[in-house]
Design a protein. Structure first.
Length: 352
């Protein structure tokens, strides 16, 4: 897969100018005490990663870990102190103010925790607003806005104002507005954290549905591990401004790199992150053709199907072709928290 966003050696040090920070040695940069002695605060420390086109990349950590500062550096809402960021091959940090505005309009969009809707504009007016800024004519921008409103399931509410909508509906308007300009990179900074749990779960499902349709490159900030596991292709965990591990949800849960990550994920039931591809055996298993599970489903999602079948259940890929089978006894081991035999690096199952 091609890289959409690349971040290398990115720092945000409050109190330090770019020149002052660049003058430090590597040892001085690595020492929190040396930075503190100068009265500087390193909110983001040496962040480096690549995000593939169409990937859902979740950045998470406790409050104060630097995750929101990092995403603002990636969109240059905050000016980084040091490092490089490229989006779709274009140098974001080297862009002039004029070029930066053009890049944001063409490539980026952002959804915040607080909906920030314009109270004097209807749903249609709010969703069409960024297109008005782009200079599109009224007919064209409203046609596009109506498409986005339908996409997020708010058709029929085009003439409603924000104070006439529920919190979940308001956030859907924010999502539709952010998608109106068809961004290549979609930044979401804790967009659902202010919502009730049931509404939050619905919008997580909505996000996944939209992603299946649109295949955006998504950078999603959250402090909720269950939310991250549900939506992420990969997760980056931050501690004190530093990314301490990046990996698939199953990699983080099964092979944490540090004690901090281990504590972070210790209460996650493995059935939520282990996927069918990790526990299946290759080839058809003799189960009925009318009962199959998807290779990308989690163990938790397929448990009822496999247990009810009481026999090996065939596994299909996204094209519907049988690629393997799952045995009930292996699934039972996973659900019971017993060793079941996988190598999360190679995804090959082995006997235990």
């Amino acid at each position: 897969m091609t890289t959409m966003l690349s971040c290398h050696d990115l720092w945000k040090v409050f109190g330090a100018s770019k020149a002052e920070f660049s003058a430090l040695t590597d040892a001085e940069r690595a020492s929190p005490e040396a930075l503190a002695a100068k009265g500087w605060v390193a909110a983001v420390r040496n962040a480096s990663f690549d995000i593939a086109r169409g990937e859902v990349f979740v950045i998470m950590g406790l409050s104060g870990s630097g995750k929101s500062t990092l995403v603002r550096c990636l969109s240059r809402l905050i000016e980084p102190t040091h490092g490089s960021v490229t989006i779709d091959g274009q140098d974001l940090l080297g862009a002039s103010e004029k070029d930066l505005i053009a890049l944001r309009r063409r490539l980026m969009s952002m959804v915040f925790q607080h909906f920030a809707l314009l109270p004097n504009r209807s749903v249609l007016g709010n969703v069409a607003f960024p297109l008005q800024i782009h200079g599109l004519g009224r007919a064209e921008r409203e046609a596009r806005a109506r498409e986005m409103i339908e996409l997020v399931g708010l058709q029929g509410r085009e003439d409603h104002f924000p104070n006439e909508l529920s919190g979940g509906q308001q956030q859907r308007v924010g999502i539709a507005r952010s998608l109106a300009s068809d961004p290549a990179v979609w930044f979401l900074d804790e967009p659902f954290s202010a919502l009730d749990p049931l509404i939050r779960a619905d919008l997580q499902d909505e996000l996944l549905r939209l992603q299946r349709q649109l295949q955006k490159t998504i950078i999603f900030i959250t402090h909720d591990l269950d939310e991250a596991i549900k939506i992420a292709d990969r997760i980056a965990i931050m501690e004190n401004g530093e990314i301490v591990q990046i990996g698939r949800p199953d990699e983080l849960v099964l092979t944490p790199a540090t004690d901090y990550v281990a504590r972070f994920v210790r209460d996650v039931h493995k059935a939520k992150v282990i996927r069918v591809e990790h526990i299946m055996e290759k080839g058809p298993g003799g189960g009925g053709a009318d009962t199959t599970v998807d290779v990308k489903d989690t163990v938790e999602a397929i448990a009822k199907t496999v247990v009810s079948a009481n026999c090996p259940v065939n596994v299909v890929d996204h094209q519907g072709s049988i690629v393997g089978h799952v045995k009930p006894e292996i699934l039972t081991k996973v659900l019971a928290g017993l060793p079941y035999g996988i190598d999360v690096q190679t995804k090959d199952r082995f006997a235990v």
